[in-house]
Design a protein around this ligand. Structure first.
Ligand code: MV4
Length: 506
Protein backbone atom coordinates (compact mmCIF):
# COMPACT_ATOMS: atom_id res chain seq x y z
CA UNK A 1 0.00 0.00 0.00
CA UNK A 2 1.07 3.60 -0.58
CA UNK A 3 2.66 5.38 2.38
CA UNK A 4 1.88 8.89 1.17
CA UNK A 5 -0.66 10.39 -1.28
CA UNK A 6 -0.85 13.88 -2.79
CA UNK A 7 -4.34 15.31 -3.20
CA UNK A 8 -4.33 17.55 -6.28
CA UNK A 9 -7.53 19.37 -5.44
CA UNK A 10 -9.29 21.66 -2.96
CA UNK A 11 -12.64 22.09 -1.21
CA UNK A 12 -15.00 19.37 -0.10
CA UNK A 13 -13.54 16.67 -2.37
CA UNK A 14 -10.01 17.23 -1.06
CA UNK A 15 -11.42 16.88 2.48
CA UNK A 16 -13.24 13.67 1.43
CA UNK A 17 -10.03 12.12 0.08
CA UNK A 18 -7.96 13.28 3.07
CA UNK A 19 -10.44 11.51 5.35
CA UNK A 20 -9.95 8.26 3.43
CA UNK A 21 -6.16 8.61 3.65
CA UNK A 22 -6.28 9.03 7.42
CA UNK A 23 -8.63 6.05 7.81
CA UNK A 24 -6.24 3.95 5.74
CA UNK A 25 -3.13 5.03 7.67
CA UNK A 26 -1.72 6.80 4.61
CA UNK A 27 0.10 10.14 5.06
CA UNK A 28 -1.48 12.97 3.08
CA UNK A 29 -0.16 15.98 1.20
CA UNK A 30 -2.37 18.96 0.38
CA UNK A 31 -1.66 21.74 -2.11
CA UNK A 32 -3.15 25.21 -1.88
CA UNK A 33 -3.30 28.41 -3.89
CA UNK A 34 -2.82 31.85 -2.34
CA UNK A 35 -6.55 32.24 -1.57
CA UNK A 36 -6.79 28.74 -0.03
CA UNK A 37 -4.14 29.17 2.68
CA UNK A 38 -6.82 28.96 5.38
CA UNK A 39 -9.07 26.43 3.61
CA UNK A 40 -10.30 23.32 5.39
CA UNK A 41 -8.38 20.81 3.25
CA UNK A 42 -5.10 22.40 4.32
CA UNK A 43 -5.97 21.82 7.98
CA UNK A 44 -6.89 18.17 7.50
CA UNK A 45 -3.67 17.22 5.68
CA UNK A 46 -0.41 16.01 7.25
CA UNK A 47 1.61 18.35 4.99
CA UNK A 48 0.60 21.25 2.77
CA UNK A 49 2.46 23.00 -0.04
CA UNK A 50 1.68 26.39 -1.59
CA UNK A 51 1.38 26.21 -5.37
CA UNK A 52 0.86 29.84 -6.39
CA UNK A 53 -1.75 32.34 -7.46
CA UNK A 54 -5.50 31.77 -7.22
CA UNK A 55 -5.92 31.48 -11.03
CA UNK A 56 -6.35 27.74 -11.61
CA UNK A 57 -3.84 27.63 -14.48
CA UNK A 58 -1.18 28.86 -12.03
CA UNK A 59 -2.12 26.42 -9.28
CA UNK A 60 -4.58 23.51 -9.38
CA UNK A 61 -4.28 23.08 -13.16
CA UNK A 62 -0.49 23.34 -13.23
CA UNK A 63 0.96 19.91 -14.06
CA UNK A 64 4.59 20.95 -13.45
CA UNK A 65 3.89 22.35 -9.99
CA UNK A 66 1.82 19.34 -9.00
CA UNK A 67 4.58 16.90 -9.97
CA UNK A 68 7.17 19.10 -8.27
CA UNK A 69 5.22 18.86 -4.98
CA UNK A 70 4.90 15.08 -5.45
CA UNK A 71 8.69 14.84 -5.84
CA UNK A 72 9.51 17.15 -2.91
CA UNK A 73 7.02 15.44 -0.57
CA UNK A 74 7.94 11.93 -1.80
CA UNK A 75 4.28 11.12 -2.44
CA UNK A 76 3.90 7.80 -4.27
CA UNK A 77 0.46 8.48 -5.71
CA UNK A 78 -1.79 11.40 -6.70
CA UNK A 79 -5.54 11.55 -6.28
CA UNK A 80 -6.93 14.20 -8.65
CA UNK A 81 -10.49 14.46 -7.21
CA UNK A 82 -12.95 15.84 -9.79
CA UNK A 83 -12.57 18.86 -12.06
CA UNK A 84 -9.12 20.48 -12.47
CA UNK A 85 -6.63 17.81 -13.72
CA UNK A 86 -8.85 14.78 -13.09
CA UNK A 87 -9.72 14.06 -16.73
CA UNK A 88 -6.54 15.36 -18.32
CA UNK A 89 -4.73 12.51 -20.14
CA UNK A 90 -1.52 14.58 -20.35
CA UNK A 91 -1.48 14.74 -16.56
CA UNK A 92 -2.14 11.00 -16.15
CA UNK A 93 0.70 10.34 -18.61
CA UNK A 94 3.05 12.82 -16.90
CA UNK A 95 2.41 11.05 -13.58
CA UNK A 96 3.21 7.68 -15.14
CA UNK A 97 6.39 9.11 -16.68
CA UNK A 98 7.44 10.55 -13.31
CA UNK A 99 6.85 7.21 -11.54
CA UNK A 100 3.94 8.53 -9.49
CA UNK A 101 0.76 6.44 -9.53
CA UNK A 102 -2.27 8.36 -10.85
CA UNK A 103 -5.34 7.20 -8.90
CA UNK A 104 -7.67 6.81 -11.86
CA UNK A 105 -7.71 5.24 -15.33
CA UNK A 106 -4.82 5.21 -17.82
CA UNK A 107 -4.18 8.16 -20.13
CA UNK A 108 -5.24 5.96 -23.06
CA UNK A 109 -8.67 5.13 -21.59
CA UNK A 110 -9.19 8.78 -20.68
CA UNK A 111 -8.25 9.93 -24.16
CA UNK A 112 -10.71 7.55 -25.81
CA UNK A 113 -13.57 8.83 -23.67
CA UNK A 114 -12.46 12.44 -24.19
CA UNK A 115 -13.36 12.19 -27.86
CA UNK A 116 -17.10 11.58 -28.11
CA UNK A 117 -16.81 10.26 -31.67
CA UNK A 118 -13.97 7.86 -30.82
CA UNK A 119 -16.00 6.64 -27.84
CA UNK A 120 -19.10 6.18 -30.03
CA UNK A 121 -17.13 4.18 -32.60
CA UNK A 122 -15.64 1.88 -29.95
CA UNK A 123 -18.99 1.43 -28.20
CA UNK A 124 -20.85 0.74 -31.42
CA UNK A 125 -18.31 -2.00 -32.17
CA UNK A 126 -18.85 -3.39 -28.65
CA UNK A 127 -22.62 -3.61 -29.20
CA UNK A 128 -23.50 -0.84 -26.72
CA UNK A 129 -26.87 0.90 -27.43
CA UNK A 130 -26.29 4.42 -28.80
CA UNK A 131 -28.67 7.24 -29.71
CA UNK A 132 -29.20 6.85 -33.49
CA UNK A 133 -26.79 9.14 -35.34
CA UNK A 134 -23.26 9.33 -36.71
CA UNK A 135 -20.19 7.68 -35.19
CA UNK A 136 -17.84 10.29 -36.66
CA UNK A 137 -17.63 13.97 -37.49
CA UNK A 138 -19.60 15.01 -40.58
CA UNK A 139 -19.59 17.72 -43.23
CA UNK A 140 -22.77 19.66 -43.95
CA UNK A 141 -23.88 17.52 -46.92
CA UNK A 142 -23.52 14.22 -45.07
CA UNK A 143 -25.23 15.75 -42.06
CA UNK A 144 -28.28 16.85 -44.05
CA UNK A 145 -28.61 13.36 -45.53
CA UNK A 146 -28.31 11.59 -42.16
CA UNK A 147 -30.65 14.04 -40.41
CA UNK A 148 -33.30 13.25 -43.02
CA UNK A 149 -32.71 9.55 -42.41
CA UNK A 150 -32.95 9.53 -38.58
CA UNK A 151 -35.63 12.25 -38.69
CA UNK A 152 -35.83 15.71 -37.15
CA UNK A 153 -35.37 17.03 -34.51
CA UNK A 154 -31.65 16.23 -34.29
CA UNK A 155 -28.85 17.39 -32.05
CA UNK A 156 -25.43 18.53 -33.23
CA UNK A 157 -22.62 17.89 -30.77
CA UNK A 158 -18.93 18.72 -30.62
CA UNK A 159 -16.70 15.63 -30.63
CA UNK A 160 -14.39 17.33 -28.14
CA UNK A 161 -17.32 18.59 -26.04
CA UNK A 162 -19.37 16.97 -23.33
CA UNK A 163 -21.40 18.37 -20.50
CA UNK A 164 -23.54 20.38 -22.90
CA UNK A 165 -20.84 22.54 -24.50
CA UNK A 166 -21.02 23.02 -28.24
CA UNK A 167 -24.50 21.47 -28.63
CA UNK A 168 -27.21 22.66 -31.04
CA UNK A 169 -30.79 21.48 -31.31
CA UNK A 170 -32.09 21.48 -34.90
CA UNK A 171 -35.86 21.23 -35.31
CA UNK A 172 -36.06 21.22 -39.11
CA UNK A 173 -33.97 20.95 -42.29
CA UNK A 174 -34.14 24.71 -42.79
CA UNK A 175 -32.25 25.35 -39.54
CA UNK A 176 -29.48 22.83 -40.20
CA UNK A 177 -26.90 24.89 -42.08
CA UNK A 178 -26.71 27.83 -39.69
CA UNK A 179 -26.75 25.49 -36.64
CA UNK A 180 -23.94 23.45 -38.20
CA UNK A 181 -21.77 26.53 -38.79
CA UNK A 182 -22.48 27.80 -35.28
CA UNK A 183 -21.70 24.46 -33.63
CA UNK A 184 -18.51 24.13 -35.63
CA UNK A 185 -17.14 27.57 -34.84
CA UNK A 186 -18.14 27.25 -31.17
CA UNK A 187 -16.34 23.90 -30.94
CA UNK A 188 -13.34 25.34 -32.75
CA UNK A 189 -13.17 28.27 -30.33
CA UNK A 190 -13.85 26.26 -27.14
CA UNK A 191 -11.79 23.13 -27.84
CA UNK A 192 -9.57 23.96 -30.81
CA UNK A 193 -11.37 21.16 -32.64
CA UNK A 194 -14.35 21.81 -34.92
CA UNK A 195 -15.44 18.17 -35.34
CA UNK A 196 -19.24 17.96 -35.06
CA UNK A 197 -21.43 14.83 -35.15
CA UNK A 198 -25.15 14.23 -35.12
CA UNK A 199 -27.67 12.40 -32.93
CA UNK A 200 -31.42 12.05 -33.01
CA UNK A 201 -32.89 14.38 -30.38
CA UNK A 202 -34.48 12.64 -27.39
CA UNK A 203 -37.35 14.77 -25.98
CA UNK A 204 -37.34 15.35 -22.21
CA UNK A 205 -34.88 12.58 -21.42
CA UNK A 206 -33.75 11.49 -18.01
CA UNK A 207 -30.08 11.51 -17.17
CA UNK A 208 -29.22 8.26 -15.40
CA UNK A 209 -25.66 7.12 -14.83
CA UNK A 210 -24.09 3.88 -13.69
CA UNK A 211 -21.13 3.71 -11.31
CA UNK A 212 -18.46 1.16 -12.24
CA UNK A 213 -15.27 -0.04 -10.58
CA UNK A 214 -12.57 -1.95 -12.42
CA UNK A 215 -9.41 -3.42 -10.95
CA UNK A 216 -6.13 -3.89 -12.82
CA UNK A 217 -6.68 -7.67 -13.05
CA UNK A 218 -9.65 -7.59 -15.44
CA UNK A 219 -12.53 -7.57 -12.97
CA UNK A 220 -15.25 -4.91 -13.47
CA UNK A 221 -18.43 -4.44 -11.42
CA UNK A 222 -21.34 -1.97 -11.44
CA UNK A 223 -22.62 -0.39 -8.24
CA UNK A 224 -26.08 0.78 -9.27
CA UNK A 225 -27.36 3.91 -10.95
CA UNK A 226 -27.75 7.54 -9.96
CA UNK A 227 -30.70 9.60 -11.17
CA UNK A 228 -29.27 13.02 -12.08
CA UNK A 229 -32.14 14.63 -13.97
CA UNK A 230 -32.44 17.61 -11.60
CA UNK A 231 -30.04 19.96 -13.39
CA UNK A 232 -29.80 23.60 -14.33
CA UNK A 233 -27.81 24.62 -17.41
CA UNK A 234 -26.00 21.26 -17.45
CA UNK A 235 -25.04 21.72 -13.80
CA UNK A 236 -26.35 18.93 -11.56
CA UNK A 237 -28.25 20.16 -8.53
CA UNK A 238 -29.72 17.07 -6.85
CA UNK A 239 -28.94 13.37 -7.35
CA UNK A 240 -30.41 10.19 -5.94
CA UNK A 241 -30.10 6.45 -5.99
CA UNK A 242 -31.90 4.30 -6.87
CA UNK A 243 -33.69 6.10 -9.71
CA UNK A 244 -37.47 6.13 -9.22
CA UNK A 245 -37.88 4.48 -12.64
CA UNK A 246 -35.18 1.81 -12.49
CA UNK A 247 -36.16 -1.62 -11.19
CA UNK A 248 -33.94 -4.69 -10.68
CA UNK A 249 -34.18 -5.88 -14.29
CA UNK A 250 -33.45 -2.47 -15.87
CA UNK A 251 -30.57 -2.01 -13.36
CA UNK A 252 -29.06 -5.35 -14.36
CA UNK A 253 -29.32 -4.46 -18.07
CA UNK A 254 -27.85 -0.97 -17.65
CA UNK A 255 -25.18 -2.31 -15.31
CA UNK A 256 -24.11 -4.99 -17.75
CA UNK A 257 -23.94 -2.44 -20.57
CA UNK A 258 -21.86 -0.14 -18.33
CA UNK A 259 -19.44 -2.98 -17.60
CA UNK A 260 -19.20 -3.66 -21.34
CA UNK A 261 -18.40 0.04 -21.93
CA UNK A 262 -15.64 -0.02 -19.31
CA UNK A 263 -14.14 -3.23 -20.66
CA UNK A 264 -14.21 -1.99 -24.27
CA UNK A 265 -12.24 1.07 -23.14
CA UNK A 266 -9.69 -0.93 -21.14
CA UNK A 267 -10.93 1.04 -18.17
CA UNK A 268 -9.51 0.78 -14.65
CA UNK A 269 -10.46 2.39 -11.31
CA UNK A 270 -13.74 4.24 -10.63
CA UNK A 271 -15.77 5.55 -13.56
CA UNK A 272 -19.30 6.55 -14.51
CA UNK A 273 -21.21 5.59 -17.62
CA UNK A 274 -23.87 8.19 -18.51
CA UNK A 275 -27.11 7.23 -20.23
CA UNK A 276 -29.97 9.18 -21.72
CA UNK A 277 -33.27 7.47 -20.97
CA UNK A 278 -36.33 8.22 -23.09
CA UNK A 279 -39.97 8.26 -22.01
CA UNK A 280 -40.31 4.56 -22.93
CA UNK A 281 -37.35 3.77 -20.65
CA UNK A 282 -35.03 2.94 -23.57
CA UNK A 283 -31.50 3.83 -22.51
CA UNK A 284 -28.63 4.98 -24.68
CA UNK A 285 -24.92 5.42 -23.93
CA UNK A 286 -24.05 9.12 -23.80
CA UNK A 287 -20.50 9.46 -22.45
CA UNK A 288 -18.19 8.09 -19.79
CA UNK A 289 -16.80 10.23 -16.98
CA UNK A 290 -13.32 9.02 -16.13
CA UNK A 291 -13.19 10.33 -12.58
CA UNK A 292 -14.68 10.07 -9.10
CA UNK A 293 -17.86 12.15 -9.32
CA UNK A 294 -19.32 14.80 -7.06
CA UNK A 295 -22.36 12.59 -6.42
CA UNK A 296 -20.42 9.42 -5.46
CA UNK A 297 -21.74 9.53 -1.84
CA UNK A 298 -25.26 8.43 -2.84
CA UNK A 299 -23.76 5.23 -4.25
CA UNK A 300 -21.67 4.79 -1.09
CA UNK A 301 -24.75 5.03 1.10
CA UNK A 302 -26.88 2.52 -0.80
CA UNK A 303 -24.04 -0.02 -1.29
CA UNK A 304 -22.17 0.46 2.01
CA UNK A 305 -18.90 0.72 0.07
CA UNK A 306 -16.21 3.40 0.38
CA UNK A 307 -15.37 4.38 -3.19
CA UNK A 308 -12.26 6.37 -2.30
CA UNK A 309 -10.78 3.49 -0.26
CA UNK A 310 -11.49 1.19 -3.19
CA UNK A 311 -9.91 3.63 -5.67
CA UNK A 312 -6.72 3.70 -3.62
CA UNK A 313 -6.62 -0.08 -3.23
CA UNK A 314 -7.19 -0.60 -6.97
CA UNK A 315 -4.43 1.90 -7.80
CA UNK A 316 -2.09 0.02 -5.43
CA UNK A 317 -2.68 -3.10 -7.53
CA UNK A 318 -5.11 -4.93 -5.26
CA UNK A 319 -7.93 -7.04 -6.62
CA UNK A 320 -11.54 -5.99 -6.06
CA UNK A 321 -12.43 -7.54 -2.69
CA UNK A 322 -15.94 -8.59 -3.85
CA UNK A 323 -17.77 -9.87 -6.94
CA UNK A 324 -20.87 -8.53 -8.70
CA UNK A 325 -23.13 -10.91 -6.75
CA UNK A 326 -21.87 -9.48 -3.46
CA UNK A 327 -23.04 -5.97 -4.34
CA UNK A 328 -26.36 -5.37 -2.59
CA UNK A 329 -28.43 -2.23 -2.87
CA UNK A 330 -30.30 -1.25 0.24
CA UNK A 331 -32.36 1.85 1.04
CA UNK A 332 -32.40 5.20 -0.72
CA UNK A 333 -30.00 8.15 -0.81
CA UNK A 334 -30.36 11.72 -2.06
CA UNK A 335 -27.79 14.53 -2.34
CA UNK A 336 -28.19 18.31 -2.46
CA UNK A 337 -25.28 20.32 -3.87
CA UNK A 338 -25.01 23.39 -1.67
CA UNK A 339 -23.65 26.25 -3.79
CA UNK A 340 -22.63 29.77 -2.78
CA UNK A 341 -25.07 31.34 -5.23
CA UNK A 342 -28.21 33.43 -5.04
CA UNK A 343 -31.32 31.69 -6.41
CA UNK A 344 -33.19 35.03 -6.27
CA UNK A 345 -30.57 36.72 -8.44
CA UNK A 346 -30.25 34.35 -11.39
CA UNK A 347 -27.92 32.02 -9.41
CA UNK A 348 -25.14 34.58 -9.37
CA UNK A 349 -22.10 33.45 -7.33
CA UNK A 350 -22.19 34.81 -3.78
CA UNK A 351 -18.68 34.75 -2.31
CA UNK A 352 -17.85 36.26 1.09
CA UNK A 353 -17.28 35.47 4.73
CA UNK A 354 -19.39 32.86 6.50
CA UNK A 355 -20.42 34.68 9.66
CA UNK A 356 -22.58 31.96 11.18
CA UNK A 357 -22.81 28.26 10.32
CA UNK A 358 -25.42 25.94 11.81
CA UNK A 359 -25.03 22.42 10.44
CA UNK A 360 -27.58 19.63 10.27
CA UNK A 361 -26.93 16.16 11.65
CA UNK A 362 -29.09 13.39 13.11
CA UNK A 363 -30.41 10.10 11.70
CA UNK A 364 -29.53 9.38 8.08
CA UNK A 365 -27.61 12.60 7.39
CA UNK A 366 -24.13 12.88 5.87
CA UNK A 367 -22.46 16.18 5.11
CA UNK A 368 -19.33 16.47 2.93
CA UNK A 369 -18.23 20.06 3.32
CA UNK A 370 -15.29 22.33 2.64
CA UNK A 371 -16.57 25.31 4.66
CA UNK A 372 -16.38 26.44 8.27
CA UNK A 373 -17.61 29.42 10.25
CA UNK A 374 -15.31 32.40 9.73
CA UNK A 375 -13.99 31.11 6.39
CA UNK A 376 -14.19 33.37 3.34
CA UNK A 377 -15.52 31.70 0.18
CA UNK A 378 -13.14 32.66 -2.65
CA UNK A 379 -14.65 33.72 -5.98
CA UNK A 380 -11.93 32.04 -8.03
CA UNK A 381 -13.37 28.50 -8.20
CA UNK A 382 -16.55 26.50 -8.57
CA UNK A 383 -18.88 27.74 -5.79
CA UNK A 384 -19.76 24.23 -4.45
CA UNK A 385 -19.56 24.59 -0.66
CA UNK A 386 -20.87 21.29 0.59
CA UNK A 387 -23.06 18.30 -0.15
CA UNK A 388 -25.93 17.38 2.08
CA UNK A 389 -26.78 13.72 1.67
CA UNK A 390 -29.68 11.88 3.27
CA UNK A 391 -30.18 8.14 3.61
CA UNK A 392 -33.35 6.28 4.51
CA UNK A 393 -35.08 2.93 4.12
CA UNK A 394 -37.08 4.26 1.18
CA UNK A 395 -37.44 7.40 -0.97
CA UNK A 396 -40.18 8.88 1.20
CA UNK A 397 -38.17 8.61 4.42
CA UNK A 398 -35.09 9.99 2.66
CA UNK A 399 -37.05 13.03 1.45
CA UNK A 400 -38.44 13.70 4.96
CA UNK A 401 -34.96 13.48 6.48
CA UNK A 402 -33.53 15.79 3.85
CA UNK A 403 -36.31 18.31 4.38
CA UNK A 404 -35.70 18.18 8.11
CA UNK A 405 -31.92 18.64 7.63
CA UNK A 406 -32.48 21.57 5.24
CA UNK A 407 -34.65 23.17 7.91
CA UNK A 408 -31.70 22.92 10.35
CA UNK A 409 -29.07 24.20 7.88
CA UNK A 410 -28.14 27.88 8.24
CA UNK A 411 -25.29 29.56 6.37
CA UNK A 412 -24.98 33.24 7.36
CA UNK A 413 -23.07 36.00 5.57
CA UNK A 414 -23.46 34.66 2.03
CA UNK A 415 -26.33 33.53 -0.18
CA UNK A 416 -26.78 29.83 -0.87
CA UNK A 417 -29.20 27.71 -2.87
CA UNK A 418 -30.58 26.03 0.29
CA UNK A 419 -34.03 27.69 -0.22
CA UNK A 420 -34.18 26.16 -3.71
CA UNK A 421 -33.87 22.66 -2.22
CA UNK A 422 -36.65 23.36 0.26
CA UNK A 423 -38.79 24.20 -2.76
CA UNK A 424 -37.78 21.13 -4.82
CA UNK A 425 -38.44 18.80 -1.89
CA UNK A 426 -41.95 20.23 -1.39
CA UNK A 427 -42.89 19.76 -5.04
CA UNK A 428 -45.60 17.10 -5.64
CA UNK A 429 -44.19 16.03 -9.02
CA UNK A 430 -40.78 15.53 -7.42
CA UNK A 431 -42.33 13.56 -4.56
CA UNK A 432 -43.99 11.31 -7.16
CA UNK A 433 -40.63 10.73 -8.87
CA UNK A 434 -41.87 12.44 -12.06
CA UNK A 435 -38.59 14.09 -12.98
CA UNK A 436 -36.73 14.64 -16.23
CA UNK A 437 -34.02 17.04 -17.38
CA UNK A 438 -36.64 19.78 -17.85
CA UNK A 439 -37.96 19.55 -14.26
CA UNK A 440 -35.95 22.36 -12.68
CA UNK A 441 -36.52 24.79 -15.56
CA UNK A 442 -40.28 24.23 -15.25
CA UNK A 443 -40.14 24.69 -11.48
CA UNK A 444 -38.19 27.93 -11.78
CA UNK A 445 -40.57 29.28 -14.42
CA UNK A 446 -43.47 28.99 -11.95
CA UNK A 447 -43.71 31.97 -9.61
CA UNK A 448 -43.20 30.96 -6.01
CA UNK A 449 -46.29 31.30 -3.80
CA UNK A 450 -45.99 34.74 -2.22
CA UNK A 451 -45.11 34.15 1.44
CA UNK A 452 -46.66 37.53 2.38
CA UNK A 453 -50.03 36.69 0.89
CA UNK A 454 -50.30 33.58 3.03
CA UNK A 455 -50.54 35.83 6.10
CA UNK A 456 -52.60 38.56 4.48
CA UNK A 457 -54.72 38.95 7.60
CA UNK A 458 -52.01 40.37 9.90
CA UNK A 459 -50.43 42.27 6.98
CA UNK A 460 -53.77 43.94 6.21
CA UNK A 461 -54.12 44.91 9.88
CA UNK A 462 -50.66 46.54 9.90
CA UNK A 463 -51.42 48.27 6.61
CA UNK A 464 -54.71 49.59 8.00
CA UNK A 465 -52.81 50.97 10.98
CA UNK A 466 -50.29 52.78 8.78
CA UNK A 467 -53.06 54.12 6.58
CA UNK A 468 -54.92 55.42 9.61
CA UNK A 469 -51.76 57.07 10.92
CA UNK A 470 -50.96 58.67 7.56
CA UNK A 471 -54.54 59.80 7.20
CA UNK A 472 -54.45 61.64 10.51
CA UNK A 473 -50.97 63.17 9.97
CA UNK A 474 -51.33 64.30 6.33
CA UNK A 475 -54.94 65.27 6.26
CA UNK A 476 -56.25 62.44 4.11
CA UNK A 477 -53.49 62.23 1.51
CA UNK A 478 -52.09 60.02 -0.07
CA UNK A 479 -54.78 57.38 0.35
CA UNK A 480 -58.01 58.50 -1.18
CA UNK A 481 -61.11 57.57 0.81
CA UNK A 482 -62.53 55.65 -2.15
CA UNK A 483 -59.59 53.24 -2.25
CA UNK A 484 -59.03 53.03 1.45
CA UNK A 485 -59.18 49.50 2.84
CA UNK A 486 -60.70 47.41 0.04
CA UNK A 487 -58.41 48.50 -2.80
CA UNK A 488 -58.23 46.43 -5.99
CA UNK A 489 -55.16 44.26 -6.69
CA UNK A 490 -53.93 46.29 -9.63
CA UNK A 491 -53.88 49.59 -7.79
CA UNK A 492 -52.60 48.16 -4.53
CA UNK A 493 -48.93 48.17 -5.56
CA UNK A 494 -49.12 51.78 -6.72
CA UNK A 495 -50.74 52.80 -3.44
CA UNK A 496 -48.01 51.09 -1.47
CA UNK A 497 -45.34 52.87 -3.49
CA UNK A 498 -47.03 56.18 -2.79
CA UNK A 499 -47.19 55.45 0.91
CA UNK A 500 -43.53 54.44 0.95
CA UNK A 501 -42.49 57.63 -0.83
CA UNK A 502 -44.56 59.65 1.59
CA UNK A 503 -42.94 57.83 4.49
CA UNK A 504 -39.47 58.55 3.10
CA UNK A 505 -40.18 62.27 2.90
CA UNK A 506 -41.36 62.58 6.51
C1 MV4 B 1 -28.93 14.98 -25.74
C2 MV4 B 1 -30.25 15.37 -25.43
C3 MV4 B 1 -31.25 14.92 -26.23
N1 MV4 B 1 -30.97 14.15 -27.30
N2 MV4 B 1 -28.72 14.21 -26.83
C4 MV4 B 1 -26.70 17.61 -22.46
C5 MV4 B 1 -25.39 17.40 -21.82
C6 MV4 B 1 -24.68 16.42 -22.65
N3 MV4 B 1 -23.93 15.53 -21.83
C7 MV4 B 1 -25.74 15.72 -23.42
N4 MV4 B 1 -26.93 16.47 -23.27
C8 MV4 B 1 -28.07 16.13 -23.93
N5 MV4 B 1 -27.89 15.35 -25.01
C9 MV4 B 1 -29.72 13.81 -27.57
N6 MV4 B 1 -29.47 13.06 -28.64
C10 MV4 B 1 -30.45 16.15 -24.30
C11 MV4 B 1 -29.35 16.54 -23.54
C12 MV4 B 1 -29.65 17.35 -22.41
C13 MV4 B 1 -29.36 16.91 -21.11
C14 MV4 B 1 -28.75 15.70 -20.87
C15 MV4 B 1 -28.47 15.28 -19.60
C16 MV4 B 1 -28.81 16.09 -18.54
C17 MV4 B 1 -29.41 17.31 -18.74
C18 MV4 B 1 -29.70 17.74 -20.03
C19 MV4 B 1 -30.30 18.97 -20.22
C20 MV4 B 1 -30.55 19.40 -21.49
C21 MV4 B 1 -30.23 18.59 -22.58
Amino acid sequence: MFKKILIANRGEIAVRILRACREMGIASVAVYSDVDRTSLHVRHADEAYPIGAATASESYLNIGKMLDVARRSRAEAIHPGYGFLSENPQFAQACADAGVKFIGPTAAAMEMMGSKTRARQAMQAAGVPLVPGSARGLELGEMARLAGEVGYPVMLKAAAGGGGKGMRLVRSAGELESAFQAARSEAERAFGDGEVYLEKFIENPRHIEMQVLADEHGQTVYLGERECSIQRRHQKVLEESPSPIVGPEMRRQMGEVAVRVAQAAGYTNAGTVEFLVDQQKNFYFLEMNTRLQVEHPVTELITGLDLVHLQVRIAAGERLPFAQNDVLIRGHAMECRIYAEDPDNNFFPSPGRITLLLTPAGPGIRRDSGMYEGWTVPLDYDPLLAKLIAYGTDRQQTIMRLRRALHEYFVGGIKTNIPLFRRILRDPEFAAGKIDTGFLERLLARPEADPVRKDHGPVAAVAAGIFALLDSSTGGSPVSPARNGASAGATQGATWKQVARQEARR
